[in-house]
Design a binder for this molecule. Structure first.
Ligand SMILES: [Zn+2]
Length: 278
């Protein structure tokens, strides 16, 4: 019964999302149609969003694995540049948190997002996700979108194609197991993209999403500076880059508590992007 309620809540959250498409420099993508969520989330009869405590049972019955046609996202085009912003109605922005999940900071960020009923994107690293699967299950329960940020956060431009594939594929696998769906979005560590990353990302059903505003929070410039960077960069369609792992992220946690209510007061709708190819 609880699982049904969780799924219902998740569907309600997704259905309530603004129609937001990802818009790249090429301007290929446009606003999604109507109010139907374009993300193939929580299929009827699909697995429960929360299953972190039963990973082995899930492995035996891969309802959304490669064996199920509805689970394989339609392959997006191979891009030459990552998407940098989203297009949508009104003052829409997307918050993204990279490198986690980290049990020291991610729960606090999730608490703040929940307090304001805001959904965000988490570009997780496979090795972190594997160690903290319960946090991916929570992200699923609370309607957040999880993207692929490679397994070990390497500089992809220095890796072989075979190694890049492993970094991406193994991360998508652990996300599927812990979150419930394979990721539809990919972000290269350090924003260092190359042709292999674009090709393999598309092959694995993912769109490359970069960012518009970099808070540089990983340099620990102080919560106030992070807040200023978000507020100075705020504009319709902006994708904000923050981090919930990779070092001491307490400034990022504090900053979110300050800028999130202010953005909402300014009329911004903080949401997650929807894919056009599903
Ligand atoms: Zn990163």
């Amino acid at each position: 019964m609880k699982k049904v309620q969780l799924l219902t809540r998740r569907r309600a959250l997704l259905a309530g999302a603004a129609a937001v498409g990802a818009a790249g420099t090429a301007g290929v993508l446009t606003t999604g149609p109507g109010d139907e969520p374009a993300l193939p989330a929580a299929p009827v009869g699909g697995p429960p969003a929360r299953r972190a405590h039963r990973p082995s049972a899930y492995r035996l019955k891969p309802l959304t694995g490669y064996g199920s046609p509805r689970a394989v996202p339609v392959r997006p085009p191979v891009r030459r540049e990552p998407l940098l912003r989203v297009s949508g109605r009104g003052r829409t922005m997307v918050l993204t948190f990279d490198d986690g999940p980290d049990p020291r900071y991610t729960p606090d960020i999730l608490d703040t997002l929940a307090e304001y009923e805001v959904r965000a994107m988490f570009f997780v690293c496979g090795e972190m996700a594997d160690a903290h699967r319960e946090l991916l299950a929570r992200m699923a329960d609370e309607g957040h979108v999880v993207g692929n940020h490679t397994w070990s956060h390497p500089l992809l431009t220095r890796l072989t194609r075979r190694r890049i594939r492993w970094e991406m594929e193994s991360t998508s696998d652990v996300i599927e197991e812990a979150y419930g769906e394979r990721p539809l979005w990919f972000r290269a560590p350090y924003g260092a993209w190359n042709r292999a990353a674009f090709q393999l990302g598309a092959e694995l059903g993912m769109e490359p999403l970069a960012w518009t505003v970099d808070t540089l929070d990983w340099t620990t410039p102080g919560a106030r500076t992070i807040v200023d960077r978000v507020e100075d960069g705020a504009a319709p369609g902006v994708v904000v880059l923050c981090h919930d792992a990779g070092g001491d992220r307490s400034q990022s946690v504090t900053a979110l508590r300050r800028y999130l209510p202010r953005l909402l007061d300014s009329g911004y709708h903080l949401t997650v992007p929807r894919r056009q190819y599903t």
